[in-house]
Structures are given as structure tokens and as C-alpha cells.
Design a protein around this ligand. Structure first.
Ligand code: KG4
Ligand code: ZN
Length: 340
């Protein structure tokens, strides 16, 4: 069903970014994100501060999204918002806003699972890349999640592996913190890693089931390693920053690739789509590109703005649900933990 006049407003407020976007037939007309800087000073997201900042940001962010899309709120066909998973206080701000908006304009309300949205972000139309073909494997890697999902159809998804403790983004951020780098440290590890020797300091890869992930042990080995080395030479980090970062990154990337190889072996599926903020990592991008040649996989990496938390992906799911009339009732409840 193609209808030029369907405009979906998407709202994302599951963590520390307040975002709104408008989509029309898979094409993003606007994608606005207000990133909350306040958490940097605390070295991580402070839930109470996040919900207060969402309250301040949400109205201006929605205004901006409608303005950039060049539509009036009366043109909006339905509003889609993140129902979960995420921080409860943050989710509630997006949910209350969306419920009032839907009620005020008498339009459908559509609750969206944030993790499904990271995956379905691949269906946003862009010039750069086509969408993956069903069935495909999705690896969602961010500061809050690490999941391997078998995707048979838009709303037929099965989690086949996930982390037992930290998310992969946390492994990057916590390692960066040990090295004295500011939050979020993932992009900085990536930056220094590109100048370093990945084989200089070997770190052990955590041993869990073939499709499961564990990152807390890696963080501990980085901590002990740094404590030991800085005990002997207080300038150890400064002298070796690039090599330390390259070694940590190589360990994580290798580990993710091992899991993907296991998943391909188990399912026979060679269409691989990644999503989440860690998809920005240069090491994982290169490893996936190499895998196309070495293993005959077809890999999909969304544009960066659709990898990190954003509302365009929420609007995309909203549009897919709108076309299938999958609407939510006004008493839909936010869920901090949410299954597919
Ligand atoms: O998807 P996202 O923006 O928010 C969450 O849902 O968590 O992901 C943020 C995470 C942070 O942990 C950040 O350090 C990590 O993605 N990240 C990276 C890179 N860019 C962002 N990690 C490694 N390398 C990068 N280039
Ligand atoms: Zn996310």
C-alpha cells in the first residue's frame, strides 16, 4: 500500500536522547535529536536527570521535526513512540506526550519496541543502500543492548543470543573510563585504535555459549592490566594509548565476528544487518566488509544517524504498523523491560 499522504511522527525517549522524526513512505523528512550533555559530567546516564531533560526537550524537538518536514501537526496521520525497553522515567515522558498528541488530534497511537526499531531502521529508504532480504540476521550493538536476532518478517523476530551481563557499548565505555577517557568513550577508543597495534596486548575473549555474549570479564582484565602496568610505570597509558585501544577494540570486534560466524553456521542465513551506536565502529565495519569477500555474506550497515538512538527508526516501524493497522490503545503501558 503506497499512500503519499501518510505522515508518521515518531518519538524516541528511551534513554538520554530526546528525538522526533517524520517519515513519509519510508522516506525520512526530518530527524531531530536533542542529545543530553548533562550526563557527561557523571560518566554515565543519570535516569532522573534524563527524564527531566526529556520534559524540557520534547515540545521544541517535535516542533522542529514538523517544521523541518514542512508539515503542520494536522497533517500527521499517526504518532508512534517508544513503548520500551528503556529507562522508565524517560519512556513515560515520550508516552504521555504521544498519548496527549494522539488524543488531541484524534489520530492513531502506535507503541513501538525500541529493539525492533533498531532492526527495522534498515527499511528506511536511502540512496546508499538497499534493505536486507528476509530472512536475515540482525546484530544490535549499543550502549544498552547486545542481541543477535533472526528476522523472518517485519514483526517475526526471534532473539537467538544476547549478553549475559554488560552491553558491548558498555565494554567500550567502561574500558575507556579505566583509561581516563571521557564518557562516552567508545568513539575515542575507535579513534586511537586506528593508530595502534591490535596485537600488542592480548586480552582474553570471554567463554560463554556459542551465541551468548559476556563483557564483564573483559572490563576486569582491562582494569587489572592497567593497574599492574601503571603501578610499574605511571605514564604507561599515555605512552601506549593507541596500542591499548587497538588491542581492546580488536578483542571486541573478533568476539562479535565469532558470534556472527556461529549464528550463520547455525541458521544458514548469510544476510547480516547490524544496528545500534557501536555499528559506527571502524573495526566492526571493516570486519563486516571483509566477511563479504571471505565468507560470501551480504552485510548491511545503516547510515550513522539511523544506528544511534533516533526517532526515524520509530517512525519507520510506525509506518509499517500503520499499514497493517497495528494500533495501540490509549492505555498502553510503558515497559522498562520488553520482549519482542
Ligand atoms: O545506540 P546508542 O547511541 O545508544 C544506546 O542505545 O546505547 O549507542 C551508544 C553507544 C555508546 O556506548 C558509545 O560508546 C558507542 O555506542 N559507540 C561506539 C562508537 N560510536 C558510538 N563504540 C565504539 N566505536 C565507535 N565508533
Ligand atoms: Zn538503542
Amino acid at each position: 500500500m503506497e499512500d503519499k499522504n501518510i505522515y508518521i511522527l515518531g518519538i524516541e525517549s528511551s534513554c538520554d536522547d530526546t528525538a522526533a522524526a517524520v517519515i513519509n513512505n519510508g522516506v525520512v523528512l526530518s530527524n531531530v535529536v536533542a542529545t543530553q550533555k548533562i550526563h557527561e559530567a557523571y560518566g554515565g546516564v543519570v535516569p532522573e536527570l534524563a527524564s527531566r531533560a526529556h520534559q524540557q526537550n520534547i515540545v521544541p524537538v517535535v516542533h522542529e521535526a514538523l517544521r523541518k518536514a514542512n508539515i503542520d501537526k494536522k497533517d500527521v496521520s499517526a504518532i508512534a513512540f517508544t513503548q520500551g525497553p528503556g529507562l522508565m522515567g524517560s519512556l513515560l515522558v515520550g508516552a504521555s506526550f504521544s498519548k496527549s498528541f494522539a488524543l488531541g488530534l484524534n489520530i492513531p497511537l502506535i507503541g513501538v519496541n525500541h529493539m525492533q526499531a533498531h532492526i527495522l531502521a534498515h527499511f528506511i529508504k536511502t540512496e546508499e543502500q538497499a534493505a536486507p532480504n528476509f530472512p536475515f540476521l540482525a546484530l544490535t550493538i549499543s550502549g544498552g543492548h547486545t542481541q543477535l536476532v533472526k528476522v523472518t518478517d517485519y514483526f517475526e523476530m526471534e532473539i537467538i543470543g544476547e549478553t549475559l551481563d554488560d552491553a558491548v557499548g558498555e565494554a567500550f565505555d567502561k574500558s575507556a573510563k579505566i583509561l581516563g577517557l571521557p564518557y562516552p568513550g567508545g568513539p575515542l577508543i575507535d579513534k586511537y585504535a586506528q593508530l595502534g597495534d591490535p596485537d600488542r596486548f592480548p586480552f582474553p575473549k570471554p567463554k560463554v555459549g556459542p551465541l551468548e555474549f559476556s563483557f564483564s570479564g573483559l572490563k576486569t582484565s582491562v582494569l587489572y592490566f592497567i593497574e599492574r602496568e601503571t603501578g610499574a610505570d605511571p605514564e604507561f597509558i599515555e605512552k601506549n594509548r593507541n596500542d591499548i585501544c587497538a588491542s581492546i577494540q580488536a578483542t571486541i570486534v573478533d568476539y562479535l565476528m565469532d558470534k556472527l560466524k556461529n549464528a550463520v553456521k547455525k541458521t544458514g542465513i548469510k544476510e547480516i544487518a547490524i544496528g545500534g551506536g557501536v555499528s559506527a565502529n571502524s573495526g566492526i565495519r571493516k570486519a563486516l566488509n571483509d566477511a563479504e569477500k571471505s565468507y560470501g555474506w551480504k552485510t548491511y550497515i545503516p547510515k550513522f544517524e539511523y544506528c544511534t538512538d533516533n526517532a526515524a527508526m520509530i517512525a519507520m516501524v510506525g509506518e509499517l504498523k500503520y499499514k497493517q493497522q497495528m494500533f495501540s490503545s490509549p492505555d498502553i503501558v510503558s515497559q522498562a523491560r520488553m520482549k519482542f
